[in-house]
Structure formats: C-alpha cells, structure tokens
Write a protein that binds this ligand. Structure first.
Ligand code: AMP
Length: 116
C-alpha cells in the first residue's frame, strides 16, 4: 500500500470503482475514462510501480495478471471477438498511474493505441 496511490485506494475500497473480478492477488475494474467500448484494468494488489520493478519473485503474479485477463475475457464473451492488452511502462509510454496494471480493450476504439 502506497499512501498516495489511486489504485491502492481502490484495492482498499477507500475510493469507489466498478469492480468486475477480484481475488487475493489481483483486482479488475472498469477504466474511469474508457478508450474503447470495453476498457478494463487488471491490477496487481501488490504495489509495484510498473514492470521495471517486477523481479523473479513476481513471476506468478505476472502470469496471474495475464491469466486473469483471459478469464475476464471469457466471462465477457470476448474470446472469439478479440481483445487487446496494453501495458504502459514509464511516462514516455503514457503511464499515468504508478501501479502495475494491464489494460484490456475490446470493441470499437475511441483512441489510437498510443493514447491508451
Ligand atoms: P496508464 O496511463 O497506463 O497509467 O493508465 C491509467 C488508467 O487509469 C487510465 O486509463 C485512467 O483512465 C485510469 N484511471 C485513473 N483513475 C481511475 C479511477 N479512479 N478508476 C478507474 N480508472 C482510473
């Protein structure tokens, strides 16, 4: 838990979010400013700034983020339709929230990929 981290506050239910799925390691909620018809965030409960901070000990967590994306995609019937996963690493890549997360996007896109 980082004091000023928005995603830590969502994880701790200190600020509201539209939660789709949750277990002890990950949480999935709707992006507040969707860039596609479906735009979810798959978020590690452990506070890591981004992929650069992940180490050998985080292998299972990283795998779980991707497998959770697939699980949620299955629940939303996106397997045949298709979906995109985006992982921004650093300001230069557009990362605004310093807490490891995957974007899951599907349907019509409101923004070009480099603005997600
Ligand atoms: P990134 O640019 O990869 O760091 O993505 C951060 C994402 O978090 C953006 O798409 C924001 O729209 C989204 N976001 C920021 N604050 C919230 C919030 N309180 N609830 C849900 N999504 C949020």
């Amino acid at each position: 838990m980082e004091n000023d981290c928005v995603f830590c506050k969502i994880i701790n239910k200190e600020i509201p979010s539209d939660i789709i799925y949750e277990n002890e390691n990950v949480i999935v909620f709707k992006d507040i400013n969707p860039k596609a018809e479906i735009h979810l965030l798959i978020v590690s409960k452990k506070h890591l700034v981004n992929l650069n901070e992940a180490g050998e000990n985080d292998k299972e967590l990283l795998a779980e983020l991707f497998l959770t994306a697939k699980k949620v995609a299955q629940q939303l019937n996106l397997i045949n339709k298709g979906y995109k996963l985006v992982l921004n690493v650093g300001r230069g890549a557009g990362q605004a929230i310093d807490h490891l997360h995957l974007h899951l996007l599907s349907g019509s896109f409101n923004h070009p990929l480099n603005e997600i």
